[in-house]
Design a protein around this ligand. Sequence first.
Ligand code: SAM
Length: 275
Amino acid sequence: MGTLVLVATPIGNLGDLSPRAAESLQGAALICCEDTRRTGKLLSHFGIRGVRMAIANEHTELARIDEVLELLAAGKIVAVVTDAGTPGISDPGERLVKAAIEHHHVISAIPGPAADVMALVISGLPSARYVFEGFLPRSGPERGERLRAVATETRTIVLYEAPHRVARTLTELHAICGDTRRVVLARELTKLHEEVWRGTLGESLGHVGQRAPLGEYVIVLAGAPASAPASDDEIVLRLVAELAHGASKKSAVAAVADRLDVAKNRVYDIALAMK
Ligand code: SAM
């Protein structure tokens, strides 16, 4: 019976390719990959020879479907790998799986490295229930909508981000989720310079700075507090109390934002509108 196998490959450390993954790649009639040079290097490192590769990246995955279905119909094994990690996780794979299911073929996977799961389990944030957001839309109204959804999500949120956009995304998360929301930055996982930084969104801005940080990052964000968010009336009452105790407007805003776990911008706008 033809089988489509999604094979997880290392996200940095070649020692993470499992023996079963190597066996499966060696036994495939075709390996769909994003980049034949990159996958070719992986294959030759593991002594896997004589298996044909074909490109199925985000632009060509659809065009590759007919060929894959033909091989599956002929009872062959077709493997799917990506440049790193688990296929289908912010990577090609999903459309091949869908087509193979529609044609009643067997689908299987060789599980292994996935940056999202590794970052989550080492983050120290609640992992019983979590949300994988992948990459946020880069711009436009969709980005704002997704950021707002992230801000109110109560489960732990896992985000992918390109190195040169990490600072901007943290700045925007800070503006919408507040200064005190906990965040974990998992960098260069499984590689020589693996680093896990834990702190608040406010602190993360200083940590990352405004320049593009080196290496690949997963952002793991604590969920929003489960209680109902503070209302404007509650913010006004707290501000009045702080000011009555002699606090300056600036420190009253900071104290209220911190205590109610709301964005400083919001409290500041409310303070400005107060008479
Ligand atoms: N399919 C992959 C997986 O299973 O993790 C993810 C591919 S996605 C195109 C690439 C993103 O994954 C990067 O921008 C980064 O956010 C994350 N990533 C991949 N490898 C990583 C690593 N070694 N350390 C930290 N993040 C990594």
